[in-house]
Design a protein around this ligand. Structure first.
Ligand code: PLP
Length: 418
C-alpha cells in the first residue's frame, strides 16, 4: 500500500462504516429474497434517516410557504429553507450565499445558464465547447440554443481509457467559443476531470466555464473558488438528499447580468402592468413555490456529510474502488470501460458474449442493483462502439463484503447465460 493511501486509512480508522451504513434504512431491505446490494448510487443515492426525518418533521411541524407569511410557521419554514442555502454555500465554498440559486436539479441549472446567460450572447458562427463524456443534460440544452442562434457545438475528445485530452480541449478554445461546459466527474466512466486546469485556460482566453458537478459532489470536496469556474451545477438526490433539489452557483457578475428565466411570484420586487422590477439574485431566478421540504432535507444531508467528513468519505471510497476494480479485473471476459487515473468508485463494464440488460436483470434476482443502458450518454456509447454498458456505482455506505458478493453473483448468473 502506498504511503498516501495508508495515511488516508488512518484518517478514517475511528469511523465505523458498518454503523454508518445502518443510518440508511433502505439498505437493510431484501430484493427477491436476497440482501440488497445497491450499486446504483450514481443514478440516485440512498438517504440517511436524518434526511428522511428532516422531511417528515418539516411536514408534521413546520409546513408553510416560504417568504410570504408573517405567521410563525411561515417564518420557521423560511428560516429552515434559507438555512439550507447557507449550508450549500459553505459546502461548495461559494463567496456568497446570494450566488446559490436553488433549482430542481442539475438539468434545470444547466438550462437556466443556457437560456439566460448563453442564448442572448450567441450569434451565428459562435460555438459552445463540450466533451465527449457529457451526460445528455450537458449536451441537449446547448444543442437547443445552438439551433436557435446559429451557433455550433464543438466536442473535445477523450482517450480510450476515458480521460479528456486536455491539449485538444485547449486547442478547441478558439475565439468563436462563447462558453465551455464540462462534467467534473463522468457518470459513466467515473473519470475526474482537471477542472482547475481547464478553468485557468478558459479564463486566459476570456471564455466562461460551466461545470456539471452532479457526480462530483457526492465524492469530492467541491470548492468553486479553488476550481475557478464560472458556473457550477449539482443535483441533491445524488448527494443523499431528496429528489427535485439542486443548485446553480454562478459568479455574481454573471447573475447580475442574466435576465430571469422563469417569471412569477417570489422573483419580483414590484409588479405593475407597465413593467416589473425583479428581485436581486438568488430570488430573481426562483419563481414560484419551491420544493421547500426537499431543500430542508438537502440541508440535513449536508449536515450528515459534514459529520462523517469529506476526507473520511474519500478514504473509504478509495479503498472500495481499489477493491472493486481488482475484483472486476479478475473476472474472465469482463472489460471495464473507463480506466482513468483519477476516478470515483464508478465502474462501467461489459462481459464478453453477454447482453448488458440480461446480466442486469439476472443480477437483480441476486439482489444486486446495477444500472444497464446508455446512462444518458449516447455520444459516449458511440465513442466506445457499444449500445449499452452495465455500471456499478458505489458510495461510502457500501461494503467490501458486498463487492465480493457482487463478483460471486456475476459468476452464478453467467453460468445461467452460458
Ligand atoms: N449530469 C450528470 C453527469 C448526471 O449524472 C446526471 C444524472 O444522472 C445529470 C447531469 C442530471 O441530473 P438531474 O437529472 O438530477 O437533473
Amino acid at each position: 500500500m502506498s504511503g498516501s493511501q495508508s495515511t488516508l486509512n488512518v484518517a478514517h480508522q475511528a469511523l465505523d462504516f458498518d454503523r454508518i451504513r445502518a443510518d440508511f434504512p433502505l439498505l437493510s431491505r431484501s430484493v427477491h429474497g436476497k440482501p440488497l446490494i445497491y450499486f446504483d448510487s450514481a443514478n440516485t443515492s440512498q438517504k440517511p434517516a436524518a434526511v428522511i426525518e428532516a422531511v417528515d418533521h418539516f411536514y408534521r411541524q413546520t409546513n408553510a410557504n416560504v417568504a410570504r407569511a408573517v405567521h410563525t410557521l411561515g417564518d420557521e419554514a423560511t428560516t429552515a429553507y434559507e438555512a439550507s442555502r447557507d449550508k450549500l454555500a459553505r459546502f461548495i465554498n461559494a463567496p456568497s450565499r446570494d450566488e446559490v440559486i436553488f433549482t430542481s436539479g442539475t438539468t434545470q441549472a444547466i438550462n437556466l445558464v443556457a437560456y439566460s446567460y448563453a442564448l442572448p450572447r450567441l450569434n451565428p458562427g459562435d460555438a459552445i465547447l463540450v466533451t465527449q463524456m457529457e451526460h445528455h443534460a450537458n449536451i441537449v440544452p446547448w444543442q437547443l440554443i445552438c439551433e436557435r442562434s446559429g451557433a455550433t457545438l464543438k466536442v473535445a475528445p477523450i482517450t480510450e481509457s476515458g480521460e479528456l485530452i486536455v491539449e485538444r480541449f485547449f486547442e478547441l478554445l478558439t475565439p468563436e467559443v462563447k462558453l465551455a461546459a464540462v462534467t467534473h466527474v463522468s457518470n459513466v466512466l467515473g473519470t475526474v476531470n482537471p477542472i482547475a486546469v481547464l478553468a485557468r485556460e478558459c479564463h486566459r482566453r476570456g471564455i466562461p466555464l460551466l461545470v456539471d458537478g452532479s457526480q462530483a459532489a457526492p465524492h469530492l470536496r467541491v470548492d468553486v473558488r479553488a476550481l475557478g469556474c464560472d458556473f457550477y451545477a449539482l443535483t441533491g438526490h445524488k448527494l443523499f438528499g431528496p429528489t427535485g433539489t439542486g443548485l446553480l452557483w454562478a459568479r455574481r457578475e454573471h447573475l447580475n447580468a442574466m435576465p430571469p428565466f422563469f417569471g412569477g411570484g417570489e422573483m419580483i420586487r414590484e409588479v405593475r402592468f407597465e413593467g416589473t422590477v425583479f428581485a436581486d439574485p438568488p430570488h430573481k431566478f426562483e419563481a414560484g413555490t419551491p420544493n421547500i421540504a426537499g431543500f430542508v432535507g438537502l440541508g440535513a444531508a449536508l449536515d450528515y456529510i459534514e459529520l462523517i467528513g469529506l476526507d473520511n468519505i474519500a478514504a473509504r471510497e478509495l479503498e472500495l474502488r481499489v477493491h472493486l476494480t481488482e475484483a472486476m479485473r479478475s473476472v474472465p471476459g469482463l472489460r471495464i470501460i473507463g480506466e482513468a487515473r483519477e476516478k470515483v468508485p464508478v465502474n462501467s463494464f461489459l462481459i464478453d458474449g453477454v447482453h448488458a440488460h440480461d446480466l442486469a436483470t439476472l443480477l437483480d434476482h441476486e439482489g444486486v442493483a446495477v444500472r444497464s443502458g446508455h446512462h444518458c450518454a449516447h455520444p459516449l456509447m458511440q465513442f466506445y462502439g457499444v449500445a449499452a454498458t452495465l455500471r456499478a456505482s458505489l458510495a461510502f455506505y457500501n461494503t467490501h463484503e458486498e463487492i465480493d458478493a457482487f463478483i460471486a453473483a456475476i459468476g452464478r448468473v453467467r453460468k445461467l447465460l452460458a
